[in-house]
Ligand binder design. Structure first.
Ligand code: ADP
Length: 515
């Protein structure tokens, strides 16, 4: 059978409806790219009170039903909105989602369990959509694969549904009191399920459930997919990642290549592209001026943009910042985070005025000017599941100096002095002087070999960090779950065969209920 795969992408956040972090960007960009890559992807998220009215006003009611949650029987409405060609479903329940914030309430475990159950229940009520792959993301949807197998297994419509679970943030796993297992999840009477979810005598772990129940697992870079099999990175789940290594994949996130484009970016003072980077030199001069740094094209301008935490390698920077500043390097940091690092940077900005600048705030517009005006982005992270800043920097011809971990290792090709190839510079060990040595090597090249530097910038700017690349990799993953379906996207050029008409979800749902 040859047809498009039908994917329901379940997430707690999706731009422009809800965003608190990177997951929101993924939920906003990936489904569109998946559609373009050739699958029928729809998204399901909660109908939060804070979704802007302009979208709420356009939603239409699809259906409603009741969801059982332990001893509760809870209302669930499904609303629908097509946004940028993608169908979004919204799970409507005023009691759970009519609140100021998406997280941070006493009953988060119950609300999130409700969302996962509602997603699974909804599969049989969505007209014109029969799901092949349910793609769940992070702990907010981690229970969906568990519910699917424990409560819906055997029903014809659900037999066909395979599950993919993506880990974006391994720190938040949804650890709850054991009490939730019976009272909310209704799994008390299923000892096998209970033991899979339990992480110690008194608590259960939602994400552990997804990691054990899903057909395929993924995380946000290939190197991180390897790293999480070790105790240091694995956040106590490393044993499961090792056991399930054969179904664990890494797919790097993309960036929004339209809003991050130095040729059109409205937030930078001068535009440039791969063929003509003269605008970048002007951006640098203006940035140096704006930040109170000496306006000098020969001084390498090194920027850091991100959270000021140990994860981002700030302790390494603290150790050698004065040595860096002694060597004619300029350092400009934009970020907020741990107070000790904020204070340290503010101190050096005062002590080394003209060479060091610290902007301790969140400033989207300034971040664009910094990506455009800098020569080097320093990102010496202790761990980095994927990382966006290094990809944005490369797109702006700003060469990254990174530690070889997670997505940094996968996205930055280190400079090879013999072939001239590369898109940046990298070092292996989490060591302050190894970082300093690598940074100074980069500066040496900046000072002494403009042609080699320019070639690296060419390669960095030409890299493909679009969501289209990521979508193709996800699509290949989905296809593995349904070998019986010949993917529609593999049609030869010029072939015009229509997709086969299939029974509707409504018919199948009827069949399921009667079955
Ligand atoms: P994280 O671990 O914080 O998600 P990423 O590199 O994946 O790190 O993404 C961070 C994103 O947030 C980047 O797009 C970066 O430009 C942006 N960012 C971080 N801190 C700031 C800030 N203070 N001002 C503006 N943008 C910021």
């Amino acid at each position: 059978m040859r047809r498009k795969l039908r994917v329901l992408f379940a997430a707690y956040e999706a731009v422009p409806f809800m965003k608190t972090g990177g997951l929101g960007d993924v939920g906003g960009s990936l489904p569109q790219a998946l559609k373009a890559a050739g699958c029928e992807c729809r998204v399901i998220i909660p109908k939060f009170m804070t979704i802007p009215d302009e979208y709420k006003a356009k939603m239409t009611h699809v259906t409603d039903f009741y969801v059982s949650l332990g001893w509760r029987n809870v209302y669930c409405g499904i609303e629908k909105l097509t946004y940028k060609g993608v169908v979004y479903y919204f799970v409507d329940n005023e009691y759970y989602f009519n609140r100021e914030r998406p997280y941070g309430y006493f009953d988060d475990g119950e609300r999130i369990a409700y969302f996962s159950k509602a997603v699974v229940e909804a599969l049989q009520y969505l007209p014109d959509f029969k799901c092949d792959v349910l793609h769940c993301n992070d702990w907010h949807t981690a229970l969906a694969p568990v519910f699917l197998r424990e409560f819906y297994q055997g029903l014809p419509l659900y037999e066909n549904v395979k599950t993919v679970f993506s880990v974006h943030n391994l720190k938040f796993q949804g650890q709850m009191s054991d009490y939730v297992l019976g009272d909310v999840l209704g799994l008390w009477g299923i000892p096998a399920a209970a033991s899979q979810l339990r992480c110690d005598e008194r608590s259960i772990n939602f994400m552990k459930g997804a990691l054990l129940y899903s057909d395929i697992l993924s995380t946000v870079s290939k190197t991180y997919a390897e790293e999480i099999k070790t105790p240091f990175f694995g956040e106590r789940m490393d044993g499961i990642f090792r056991d399930r290594a054969s179904v664990l994949y890494g797919v790097m996130n993309g960036i929004d290549t339209q809003s991050w484009d130095p040729a059109t970016d409205p937030l930078i003072p001068h535009h440039y592209d791969l063929n003509d980077r003269s605008g970048k030199a002007l951006c640098k001069a203006e940035l140096q001026q704006e930040l109170g740094l000496e306006v000098n094209p020969e001084r390498p301008l090194v920027v850091m943009i991100g959270r000021l935490t140990e994860q981002k390698g700030m302790d390494l920077v603290q150790r050698v910042i004065s040595e860096m500043l002694d060597r004619s390097v300029q350092i400009a940091v934009l970020g907020t985070g741990d107070k000790q690092y904020e204070d340290m940077l503010s101190y050096y900005a005062w002590e080394r005025a003209g060479s060091c600048s610290a902007c301790v705030r969140f400033d989207e517009a300034l971040s664009h000017r910094m990506y455009a005006g800098a020569d080097i982005l320093l990102m010496p992270s202790l761990f980095e599941p994927c990382g966006l800043s290094q990809m944005i920097a490369m797109r702006y011809g700003t060469l990254p100096v990174v530690r070889e971990t997670g997505g940094l290792k996968d996205s930055v090709k280190p400079y090879n002095q013999f072939t001239g190839e590369g898109t940046g510079f990298s070092f292996a060990n989490y060591n302050a002087h190894e970082m300093l040595f690598t940074l100074m090597n980069a500066c040496e090249l900046f000072w002494t070999d403009k042609a080699a530097w320019s070639k690296l910038q060419d390669s960095a700017m030409a890299e493909d960090f679009s969501w289209d690349r990521a979508a193709k990799e996800y699509l290949s993953m989905y296809e593995m779950t349904h070998p019986e379906i010949e993917p529609w996207r593999k049609r030869k050029d010029g072939e015009t065969t229509e997709e086969p008409v299939e029974e509707t979800a409504e018919e199948t749902a009827k069949e399921t209920v009667e079955g």
